[in-house]
Design a protein around this ligand. Structure first.
Ligand SMILES: Cc1cc2nc3c(=O)[nH]c(=O)nc-3n(C[C@H](O)[C@H](O)[C@H](O)COP(=O)(O)OP(=O)(O)OC[C@H]3O[C@@H](n4cnc5c(N)ncnc54)[C@H](O)[C@@H]3O)c2cc1C
Length: 235
């Protein structure tokens, strides 16, 4: 791929200093206005399962008067039996407090979760879990979230995955044409001879139809590979 750079992932959203000089306005607007959210999985392992064989789990619907003082608990929207792991419940959380859940003190997390399970499963005889593990998508510096979504702001500002997917081009001058570099230095007498794309955007957030998904990520990688191939074929 020589002088080309390939980038994907939600890090763009929260890292405005990633590029110097800054990205073109259209890419920046897309990054600013496309939504990017977090989802968290919570695995709870017990010594023994305390639920009947035909029980699959529950989704949590809090009544106003029952809302917990641990505000982050209401972002956990349910617990379900984990396929092929007979002693494990899997909880899902999404919303504003996922990063709180993923970074909080372990004992406080376990305490809150057990309070919630006791509240929603009053008929079950719960044992204390021997292990609780959460994913860390929202605080992992290589991801900083889970996946993108189309936001109202993006539609208001008429931007989205297609704008984010626009490659960044540089003008290449005669003397530099054969060099495998994107340096934009030029002598005053030189005329630009070609526009060379040097920065490509792949990843689910650049897929207009399949954002948020693995197949969206894969198809955009193929799309950008095609863009590079066609650039060299036509050069
Ligand atoms: C809990 C969960 C469940 C999901 N379930 C499904 C599902 O059932 N079906 C489905 O289709 N999708 C699902 N997804 C979504 C799917 O996983 C993502 O949409 C997909 O993985 C995104 O791929 P990507 O290549 O766009 O980004 P990523 O997989 O995030 O890849 C980005 C890459 O960029 C790297 N990177 C970050 N910063 C830098 C940097 N500064 N320099 C260089 N590299 C950097 C990262 O290390 C990472 O490897 C799920 C996601 C989560 C979190």
């Amino acid at each position: 791929m020589g002088s080309h750079r390939w980038l994907c992932g939600g890090v763009l959203k929260r890292n405005t200093m990633l590029f110097r000089p800054n990205l073109p306005e259209a890419n920046c607007a897309a990054i600013n206005f496309i939504g990017f959210a977090s989802i968290c999985k919570i695995f709870i392992e017990f010594d023994e399962k305390f639920w009947p064989d035909n029980w699959r789990g529950f989704n949590a619907l809090w009544r106003g008067q029952d809302l917990p003082s641990e505000y982050w608990l209401k972002d956990i929207y349910g617990f379900h039996v984990y396929e092929h792991q007979p002693r494990v419940l899997l909880g899902w959380a999404s919303g504003f407090h996922v990063d709180v859940i993923e970074s909080m003190d372990h004992d406080a997390l376990v305490q809150g979760i057990m309070d919630m399970l006791h509240r929603f499963l009053p008929k079950f005889k719960l044992s204390h879990p021997n292990n609780v593990v959460t994913t860390k998508w929202s605080i992992d510096p290589a991801h900083l979230g889970s996946y993108s979504y189309p936001s109202l702001l993006a539609s208001e500002y008429e931007t989205g995955p297609a704008q984010l997917a626009q490659p960044v081009n540089v003008l290449v001058y005669d003397a530099l044409l054969s060099a495998d570099t994107a340096v934009s230095v030029r002598a005053t007498h030189m005329k630009p001879v070609v526009t060379r794309p040097v920065l490509f955007f792949a990843g689910e957030a650049t897929s207009p139809n399949h954002y948020s998904t693995v197949h969206g990520a894969v198809e955009t990688g193929i799309r950008e590979a095609g863009r590079i191939i066609s650039f060299y074929e036509n050069e």
